[in-house]
Design a binder for this molecule. Sequence first.
Ligand code: FAD
Length: 412
Amino acid sequence: MTTAEEIPAATFSLELNDEQRQMRDWVHGFAESVVRPAAHEWDEREETPWPIIQQAAEIGLYSPQFLGHITSDPTGLTLPVAIEELFWGDAGIGMAILGTSLAVAALFGNGTPEQIAEWGPQCFGTPEQVQLGAFCVSEPDAGSDVSALKTRAVYDEAQDEWVLNGQKSWISNGGIAAVHVVVATVDPELGTRGQASFVVPPGTPGLRQGVKFKKHGIRASHTAEVFLDEVRVPGRCLLGGREKLDERLARAREGRRTGQQAALGTFEATRPAVAAMAVGIARAAYEYALEYAKERKQFGRPIIQNQAISFTLADMKTEIDCARLLVWRASWMARNRKPFEAAEGSMSKLKAGEVAVWATERAMQILGGMGYVRDTPVERWHRDAKIFTIFEGTSEIQRLVIARAISGVQLR
Ligand SMILES: Cc1cc2nc3c(=O)[nH]c(=O)nc-3n(C[C@H](O)[C@H](O)[C@H](O)COP(=O)(O)OP(=O)(O)OC[C@H]3O[C@@H](n4cnc5c(N)ncnc54)[C@H](O)[C@@H]3O)c2cc1C
């Protein structure tokens, strides 16, 4: 028999360490004191909240250092913990602040150290002059089906320049970003394996914003079309460099494995982070509904005294914790380079997105009429939550990715 003293020290813990708790509380403080009070105004204005992004930059929350810090923690947990707090504050403003990180993730995923050093800081600008990044994949005829991208990149050998032509759609920060990372097709015959990512530096002629979409939710986050008309970028703007691309295309043409693909690799890496955003909204709605249910009286007693209400709250808490645990697992796996063999990144995004939609709807029900009007934030949270079953891969696409991973069958 092993005595209690002989049991080896625990190597598994879900307890946040001091540094993670400090980071969580610091982001929470900003979310509570700056983001949440501004949320209603910027949702109504449907504009990029530049002053709030600037405030985030002044305290270092909108900066390459912050992203570097939350992504370097060896447990992988600081990233989802920080993101959950920001989105607990507000998802529209949260996206306005974190939309840039999609472009930065593409840079980190595909770029050389020199490219990361050159373009990473330009995605953020400075606290005096904040700038944004945009990650441009989706097109009018290529949403879920990324292999159908029509935007072309052709190399002009004489000038050592890439020439980009095409139309992007649904781009967060599209047209207002300083740095656009554009996924384009170099060899259309090869589908996603013939695609590459390019940096379009600030002020490059030929890139312009099209329609800015009026949205159901996350309205403080700018979403627009981007047109690329004879956009010329220097050869060094091809992420990963020419040699690597030529090698990859040659392997694909010979029918050999090519490793990571430009857009899909970025999405796989960012899914747990996007899932953490959804957990933040769900938690905000749950907390609000819990307090309301304890205070609101009908039939002479608080409505929480009805099991219909208290059990709903119990289910909400359980589902949110379940989503968070999937997010933490995926973040830990990603940080520790454990392959997503059962598409654990997609699982976290699927669960968290669906929980956010469900929990915000339940919160609205618990508030009754007060949940349906703009006097309380629940109505906005419900609208904001819906995007999490649509962007970064719809719920159906997450299920497709999981089904493929667990079955090994090339489902389409
Ligand atoms: C607010 C917002 C911000 C966005 N930001 C960005 C961004 O910054 N960068 C970017 O590149 N993109 C961005 N997107 C695009 C987003 O990723 C796409 O909208 C999403 O991938 C879905 O593509 P789609 O809209 O063309 O829908 P479609 O692909 O046309 O899908 C329509 C429906 O068909 C279903 N469907 C499609 N294929 C299958 C299948 N094989 N099996 C089962 N069901 C299927 C889908 O799940 C969905 O329900 C953004 C979108 C929005 C709305």
